[in-house]
Write a protein that binds this ligand. Structure first.
Ligand code: CUA
Length: 171
């Protein structure tokens, strides 16, 4: 059977693309251990509100300037509703739900995770631009889904330094 030269080139290119896609999937899942955000640990949804960690959600800034954000995503809001994190530092989010599946998306950033009751969704990212960002739920979770939102404020100065008196001013 005669196959035209250009036809053979395109067939080879299409086959090569499939091989590259499969290889990159294999490399990221096996070699780089890419897993869904909910792979970290499990938690009983009924105990979220009384849990030592998730019952008292909030932001913790560590000595190296990185931060850990513990949050609840519930019907219909986020707890805490407003969070402040330092710019340009690793920020690790730990989120869980006491009720149904929610989404956690920080608009205009790459922070986006599904929050599944029974699991802790954890991921680490950085915010390079200071400012105010909208947090939305992007999984339909009930009649109040559209009002489920929060605010992320990325601060230029690490929150630890805010305790210092302003330069030149009286403390
Ligand atoms: Cu929570 Cu939609």
């Amino acid at each position: 059977m005669h196959v035209d030269l250009y036809e053979r080139i395109w067939m080879g290119a299409a086959g090569a693309i499939i091989v590259v896609f499969l290889a990159s999937m294999g490399y990221t899942t096996l070699g780089r251990a890419v897993q869904p955000p909910s792979h970290v640990e499990t938690i009983d949804p009924a105990s979220v509100r009384s849990d030592a960690e998730f019952g008292a959600p909030g932001v913790t800034v560590h000595e190296d300037g990185s931060a850990t954000v513990v949050m609840q995503a519930f019907m219909f809001g986020f707890l805490p509703n407003e969070i402040r994190v330092p710019r340009g530092r690793d920020v690790t989010f730990r989120i869980t739900s006491p009720d149904v599946i929610h989404g956690f998306q920080i608009v205009q950033t790459n922070a986006n995770a599904m929050v599944v009751p029974g699991y802790v969704s954890q991921f680490t990212t950085r915010f390079d631009r200071a400012g105010e960002y909208l947090i939305v739920c992007n999984e339909y979770c009930g009649l109040g889904h559209h009002v489920m939102q929060g605010t992320l404020i990325v601060e230029d100065r690490p929150p630890l330094l805010r305790a210092l008196p302003p330069e030149g001013g009286a403390p």
